[in-house]
Design a binder for this molecule. Structure first.
Ligand code: GTP
Ligand code: MG
Length: 389
């Protein structure tokens, strides 16, 4: 089930039977499944091709940042190392040693790096298509695992061509590089090889965005959304995708926040813990680089100062510490009440009109008190979910 359908099932079937507690339980289970979705990516290729630099870029870090995978002009990564995403630790990126190095000979490479544990591989190559690239692609395919081929350090190729050619055409250069990789892979009988040209120091240029789109279309829903939220905020499109994923979760959080707290007797008060609400807003903040730490990382990775970034960002969540008290205060604002009322209304509309339900909430020492009220009473209270009416 995707988020939309599972909410409809929750708020439809369960609410039609006037069983809000069951609806809330379903939503909570769905949220737990989202939390538990994890993705393990293996970044592989020859020594020095730029694997560790790409791992850092994927995690929104510069090579010089604290916690970044070590990089360098000589062989650096000697054993497989796991790098969880700093804001989304369920996305695990493994920086693998170079294939063909003395400790990781080509013929035993995949066994040694324990290939089974990766959901898919990113094969990195920084030169013309070579024997080890072919070996890796062939072996990964034999193991029934997926891979995407990344031609790295494109900025260097562009620079070299500019220096060496009288007439330089960037598009032709890029197409030449891409074709070389595609042809190399086709010779391995890989039908429609996926090749992406990337520069880890300038992710917004070339094919990084296209890599994100391909992964989005090919990954299963759970892991796809986990990855989408973790990808660096390098374009408006990336941010809008995140917005869609987060938006689709709002209804689940609204319903799920009431799990286990629904009153079995219609018309009596129940209490809803707002910890889940705080968790969701924090998730939005991290995914959109709005917390101070993620904003600082974005500033370092892009070279745009914190001040400039803050000037451009319109979100009221920018740099704010999200606490239960803050959520209480926010929920008391008139415009938030209106918004929450609309949400409650939209949710209850998905149930049978006859059993149409509204829950009314008011802040209560870090939790929300939920009470059944008639809609006429709503103006004095904070509305968050659904309730019997
Ligand atoms: N110009 C440019 N340099 C890059 C890029 N990616 C990596 N490099 C440089 O290439 C060198 C090797 O990069 P690493 O990321 O350490 O390569 P690696 O594949 O992890 O190397 P090993 O761990 O030794 O196998 C470093 O000096 C990086 O700064 C890139 O996209 N553009
Ligand atoms: Mg390395």
């Amino acid at each position: 089930l995707n988020d939309e359908t599972s909410v409809n099932v929750c708020s439809g079937a369960a609410l039609e039977n006037n069983d809000q507690a069951a609806a809330a339980k379903l939503a909570k289970e769905r949220l737990e499944a989202i939390d538990n979705a994890s993705l393990t990516i293996g970044v592989t290729g020859e020594s020095g091709c730029g694997k560790s630099s790409f791992v850092n870029a994927l995690r929104g870090l510069k090579n010089s940042d604290e916690g970044a995978a070590p990089t360098g002009p000589v062989e650096t990564t000697m054993e497989p190392i796991e790098y969880p995403h700093p804001d989304h630790p369920n996305v695990k990126i493994w920086d693998l040693p170079g294939i063909g190095t003395p400790n990781f000979k080509a013929d035993q490479y995949l066994e040694k790096v324990e290939f089974e544990k990766y959901d898919f591989f990113l094969i990195i190559s920084n030169t013309r298509f070579k024997e080890n690239d072919a070996k890796l692609a062939h072996e990964i395919q034999k193991m029934n695992k997926k891979f995407y081929f990344i031609r790295s350090k494109i900025d260097q190729d562009i620079q070299n061509e500019k220096r060496d050619k009288k007439v330089f055409n960037e598009r032709e250069t890029l197409s030449l590089i891409r074709n070389n990789c595609v042809e190399g892979l086709k010779q391995l009988e890989i039908k429609s090889p996926k090749v992406f040209l990337v520069s880890s120091s300038d992710l917004h240029l070339y094919d990084f965005e296209a890599l994100g789109q391909t992964l989005e279309s090919e990954l299963p829903e759970h892991t796809r959304d986990a990855l989408l939220l973790a990808l660096p905020n390098i374009s408006l499109e990336a941010i809008n995708k995140k917005k869609q994923v987060l938006k689709s979760r709002i209804k689940l959080y609204v319903l799920g926040s009431a799990a286990g707290a629904m009153s079995p007797i219609p018309g009596t008060s129940v209490v809803v813990d707002i910890a889940l609400m705080v968790k969701f807003v924090k998730e939005c903040q991290k995914s959109l680089s709005l917390s101070d730490t993620s904003l600082m990382r974005l500033s370092e990775a892009t070279g745009v100062s914190m001040e400039e970034l803050k000037k451009e960002i319109k979100s009221p969540l920018t740099g704010v510490k999200i606490t239960a008290e803050l959520m209480d205060a926010a929920a008391a604002k008139e415009e938030v009440k209106q918004l929450l009322f609309k949400m409650a209304d939209a949710l209850s509309n998905s149930a049978d009109r006859k059993s149409r339900s509204l829950f009314y909430l008011k802040p209560h020492y870090g939790t929300f008190m939920v009470e059944s009220r008639s809609p006429a009473c709503f103006h004095g209270d904070t509305v968050v979910g659904l309730s019997q009416n």
